[in-house]
Design a protein around this ligand. Structure first.
Ligand code: NDP
Ligand code: 13P
Length: 342
């Protein structure tokens, strides 16, 4: 058993802290809001982010980052992608004098705006390599609400260093939380980030009343887009048929728990990007990732028609209705299915 710091007391950070505490690790949960930290310590709940869930009394919550990470053997970063660089900058000096260099894990799903970097690339850029063991990505089909009620869940722990991925696997594994290892960090991170775009699309078509045929088409053609961009960026194509690829795509495109899916249903009602962000108090990574993926697709000359339609609808003043977007996707020149480069 070890001390593990979970950085981010939103839905996912709180659910992961619950798993680790149930696995008997000395678990410290860091958050920036004193009210939420007090609630976790005093009533063992986090009603804003994980309603109706009793947390283990042993989870210690704190707003002090140095208290959270001091002597931690593992540090799990679970803040929204756009907060990750700053979080790592704050963490960096605190890792200087640790007797044992911790394993760094991140469980967030996005790509950094402006730099287009994957999260592990941001962490590598910011953190001093002498002060941590290695970086592991934890990803896969795993809604916080279901993990919190101990529903059977499977994930992937990916690192170029398999031994460190196995340490993370062992720390999390239990009867309801099964973790596989993988060494394809690029594929696992890109699968997790890019599926959010398709989940926004799934929410839109569901909100507009399209049926299961349309949803299956979106998921399948979405997977083709994710795989094309992913392999161009150096991922193993097989990763996309794994848990962090099609697994996560299915769960987010079909579940009402998904914030990306929920955001899509609001877009279908006619809300703008800004209005959707305002209405959803939880993070919707897909809306930001659309822009990064669109730019990457242009840079690499990759055909990503679903991403492109969402980009046009969300980021340009071209008044393209979703119905028109779907019609233009349907009426493109006929193509041959699949082969990754089509
Ligand atoms: N929810 C889920 O089921 C899953 C989520 N993920 C991923 O995990 C990541 C986190 O998502 P999730 O926990 O669900 O998000 P939530 O919206 O539930 O919570 C976000 C958390 O991040 C904090 N936060 C926001 N901005 C900052 C900042 N600038 N600095 C520090 N903390 C900040 C919020 O604090 P505050 O309350 O103070 O604003 C809050 O604690 C995302 O990348 C998501 O894709 C992955 C798998 C499952
Ligand atoms: O990644 C997730 C489940 O695996 C959570 O997705 P949302 O952010 O859309 O809720």
């Amino acid at each position: 058993m070890m001390k593990i710091a979970v950085i981010g007391s939103g839905s996912w950070g709180t659910a992961l802290a619950k798993v680790l505490s149930e696995n008997k690790h000395d678990t410290v949960l860091w958050g920036r809001k004193q009210t939420i930290i007090d609630e976790i310590n005093q009533t063992h709940t986090n009603e804003k982010y994980l309603p109706n869930v009793s947390l283990p009394k042993k989870i210690k919550a704190t707003t002090s980052l140095s208290e959270a990470v001091s002597k931690a053997a593992m540090i799990i970063l679970v803040v929204p992608t756009n907060a990750m660089r700053q979080m790592a900058q704050e963490l960096n000096p605190l890792l200087e004098d640790q007797a044992q260099a911790p394993v760094i894990v991140h469980a967030s799903k996005g790509l950094e705006m402006n730099t287009q970097l994957r999260i592990s690339e941001v962490l590598t850029e910011v953190l001093n390599k002498d002060n941590y063991q290695d970086i592991v990505v934890l990803s896969g089909p795993s809604h916080a609400e279901e993990v919190a009620r101990q529903d059977v869940t499977t994930l992937t722990a990916a690192s170029e260093n398999l031994e460190v991925a196995q340490v993370v696997q062992q720390a999390f594994m239990n009867r309801y939380f099964r973790v596989y290892t993988n060494t394809d960090v690029i594929g696992v991170e890109l699968g997790g980030a890019l599926k959010n775009i398709i989940a926004v699309g799934a929410g839109i078509i569901s909100g507009l009343g399209y049926g299961d045929n349309a949803k299956a088409a979106l998921i399948t053609r979405g997977l083709a887009e994710i795989s094309r961009l992913g392999t161009a960026r150096g991922a193993d194509p097989l990763t996309f048929i794994g848990l962090s690829g099609v697994g996560d795509l299915i769960v987010t495109c079909t579940s009402p728990h998904s914030r990306n899916f929920q955001a899509g249903t609001l877009i279908a009602k006619g809300y703008s990007r800004a209005e959707v962000s305002e209405k959803m108090f939880m993070v919707v990574e897909g809306i930001l990732t659309v822009k990064v993926a669109y730019e990457l697709a242009k840079e690499y000359g990759i055909d990503m028609p679903i991403t492109e339609m969402l980009y046009l609808a969300l980021y340009t003043d071209k008044k393209i209705s979703v119905e028109d977007a779907i019609e233009s996707l349907m009426l493109r020149e006929g193509k041959q299915e699949e082969s990754l480069d089509k």
